[in-house]
Design a protein around this ligand. Structure first.
Ligand code: NDP
Length: 474
């Protein structure tokens, strides 16, 4: 029988859709799932693609069905199941075969797995996949970390199944070991910030301007035609349009204000902190999700403090809406600047040499944060080679100069109205601190020297100095 080009373990939501995508692009694929009945059902429902799918009842069968060197995608739940699958696969694979973890792994696990497989003859790829179920089926964004040789073996399949932006595939090799999963993690961190800032603007429209979902929907739909054009803005408009079949009410109004998370946002923040790179908008977004889950506590606090006795946000509506659009855009610029800065820090720390223009390019389609904006970033990084903070790219200086006054006004008005905008205000604070030539850390230096004799630097002389406080203390 003709050998399959690639194998896949795990026919859950992502795995089954990826497998169909691979088969649809003309590649024969061998599949295995822990629960065998799922494999049967999957093949049964594969329709015209059935002929390119080789169902396997064991890992030995799977290994035997693939053309060597054999690439095998593992698409099971992240964590222990991945280690278990790798351990089981090791016995069935041989030299130069490639194990690909395509789940949402913590990049530290990917580096560990990569190292553990070194010397075994097998190679390991950590592959970030974004785009959800729909992306997996019709074209995700694919971020690959591993050896370049292993990428060469799978490049054809992965570029074929990836999303395309104006014909360019949204799949790329980004660097060794954990590079792909790290980039996917930061993608998700940025996604948290994007989503949170959209939710904050929705909150201002709902609570500050007393607009109903059906009135807010066209606002987002309109923004989607302009500089904010993106998948997340598009779906926000659609969410606001939708009615609940049971009650007839807008769906968004009957959804509990409590959002879950799986951990990639938190990992982004932890890594940013470890690397010493501020990612405050992402951090605020993760914290906002955590706070959202304290529903009972928030209700009790509302009772204890009451709601603010302030007027709703007023003024010429068109001007306000323009301000909101630009505020969201400015917040977005700051959040992306932070995300890319974290990746630049990691690239230096781990010696990955991450290609920032390529990362921006493969995020332009397929993934959840896909947008026109990423094309602008790709262009700016293309000119700068992807070095330095995005806020310093000439095109972004121009855009931010236009947009930050709106962010300032919106954050101020939201604060006065008692409307929480943690991600937008963190973005603004980051921008203001970043652009302030003389900040206030002279005071921090002085305090540290006062209580800990840490010394300080002077503006007018080289070296370390101490203040006169010891003498005063006597
Ligand atoms: P599902 O829950 O739909 O499927 C899970 C799959 O993992 C099933 O095939 C299941 O097999 C298998 N599995 C679970 N535990 C084990 C185990 N101990 N040993 C062997 N197989 C096991 O998950 P998803 O497809 O949504 O997610 C898969 C991965 O993709 C995760 O890492 C997720 O974070 C990531 N991801 C998910 C996205 C999404 O939008 N859903 C987007 C991007 C990445 P069985 O049928 O036998 O239970």
């Amino acid at each position: 029988m003709e050998k399959a080009e690639i194998g896949l373990i795990g026919l859950g939501t992502m795995g089954s859709n990826l497998a169909l995508n691979i088969a649809e692009k003309g590649h024969r694929i061998a599949v295995f799932n822990r629960t065998a009945s799922k494999t049967d059902a999957f093949v049964e429902n594969a329709g015209a693609l059935k002929g390119r799918i080789v169902p396997c009842k064991s890992l030995a069968e799977l290994a035997d069905a693939i053309r060597p060197p054999r690439p095998v995608i593992i698409m099971v739940l992240a964590g222990k199941p991945v280690d278990e699958q790798i351990a089981a696969l090791r016995d069935e694979l041989s030299a130069n075969d490639i194990i690909i973890d395509a789940g949402n792994a913590n990049f530290h696990d990917t580096v560990r797995r990569f190292t553990e497989l070194q010397g075994s003859g097998l190679t390991f790829i950590g592959m970030g996949v974004s785009g959800g179920e729909e992306g997996a089926r019709h074209g995700p964004s694919i971020m690959v970390g591993g050896t370049q040789e292993s990428w060469t073996r799978v490049e054809d399949v992965l570029t074929a199944i990836s999303a395309k932006y104006k014909g360019e595939p949204c799949a790329a090799w980004l660097g060794p070991d954990g590079a792909g999963h790290f980039v996917k993690t930061i993608h998700n961190g940025i996604e948290y910030a994007d989503m949170q800032m959209i939710a904050e603007i929705y909150g201002i429209l709902r609570d500050g301007l007393a607009m109903a979902p059906k009135e807010i929907a066209p606002v987002f739909a309109g923004w989607n035609e302009g500089r904010l054009n993106s998948y997340l803005i598009e779906i926000t408009a659609k969410v606001l349009e939708a009615d609940d079949a049971e009650t007839g009410k807008p769906v968004v109004d009957i959804i509990l204000d409590r959002a879950g998370q799986k951990g990639t946002g938190k990992w982004s923040v932890i890594e940013a902190q470890q690397l010493g790179i501020p990612a405050t908008a992402i951090e605020a977004a993760v914290a906002a999700r955590v706070l959202s889950s304290f529903k009972a506590e928030r209700l009790a606090a509302e009772k204890a403090y009451g709601t603010l006795e302030v007027e709703r946000i007023s003024g010429a509506k068109d001007a306000l809406l323009k301000d909101l659009e630009l505020a969201l855009f400015a917040g977005k610029i700051a959040a992306y600047a932070q995300g890319f800065a974290v990746m630049e820090g990691a690239s230096k720390e781990f010696g990955w040499n991450l290609p920032m223009p390529t990362i921006a390019r493969i995020w332009r389609a397929g993934c959840i944060i896909r947008s026109q904006f990423l094309d602008t970033i790709a262009e700016a990084f293309g000119k700068s080679g992807g070095k330095g903070n995005l806020l310093m790219a000439p095109a972004f200086i121009t855009m931010m100069k236009e947009a930050h006054p709106s962010l300032r006004r919106i954050v101020a008005r939201a604060a006065e109205a008692g409307l929480p905008v943690p991600a937008l205000s963190s973005a603004l604070a980051y921008f203001d601190a970043y652009r302030q030539g003389r900040g206030t850390s002279n005071m921090i230096q002085a305090q540290r020297d006062f209580f800990g004799a840490h010394g300080f630097e002077r503006i007018d002389a080289e070296g370390a100095f101490h203040g006169p406080w010891g003498m005063e203390q006597g």
